[in-house]
Write a protein that binds this ligand. Structure first.
Ligand code: FES
Length: 175
């Protein structure tokens, strides 16, 4: 599949460029836009963004690999991002992670074979007052927080997510 912005994304990209003092400063929002457009940030997508920003590809690679918010591999219809920073860790974040690994039969960083769920570990999502928590990003671009979680509540959330799956678009193809 060719890596090229849709007309809508291209318009958004040009708008981004006009709002930043230089192309380098626009890199993070450009990568965010690319992730929304292509589903994940492959090497080909990084090259594409480098060309469009007229910067060296290693600059884009460095930014994309430094920030965990950019997905460097294809993700499932539901991307579950479990916070394991201090407050969440102290309140059971790792237990939730293990519970999810057992439920899906995968390890953190992996996607279920049916392409429905990807499990990731992330840094603080600024919801420490309702720890432990995770964020779910859906393949339609929407996302939501699930907070004050317990293993029992996680099971309920998984039922809700399974019900939602049929309404979600298929995960993006490899580039
Ligand atoms: S420590 Fe988990 S949201 Fe802040």
């Amino acid at each position: 599949m060719a890596v090229e912005f849709s007309q809508e994304a291209e318009t958004e990209f040009q708008d981004l460029l006009s709002r930043y003092p230089n192309n380098l400063a626009a890199m993070l929002p450009a990568l965010h836009l690319a992730q929304r457009e292509f589903g994940w940030v492959s090497v080909e997508v990084m090259d594409y963004i480098a060309q469009k920003l007229e910067v060296h590809p290693t600059k884009v690679l460095q930014a994309a690999t430094f920030y965990t918010m950019y997905n460097k591999q294809p993700i499932g219809k539901c991307h579950i991002q479990v916070c394991t920073t201090l407050t969440c860790a102290l309140r059971g974040g790792y237990e939730l992670m293990e519970h999810l690994e057992d439920a899906f039969g995968i390890q953190v960083g992996e996607t279920t074979p049916d392409g429905n769920f990807t499990l990731s570990e992330v840094e603080c999502l600024a919801s420490c007052g309702t720890a432990p928590m995770f964020q779910v990003t859906y393949s339609d671009g929407e996302s939501e927080y699930f907070e004050d979680l317990t293993p029992e509540r996680v099971d309920e959330v998984l039922d809700e997510l399974n019900d939602k799956l049929t309404d979600l678009p298929a995960p993006r193809e490899m580039h």
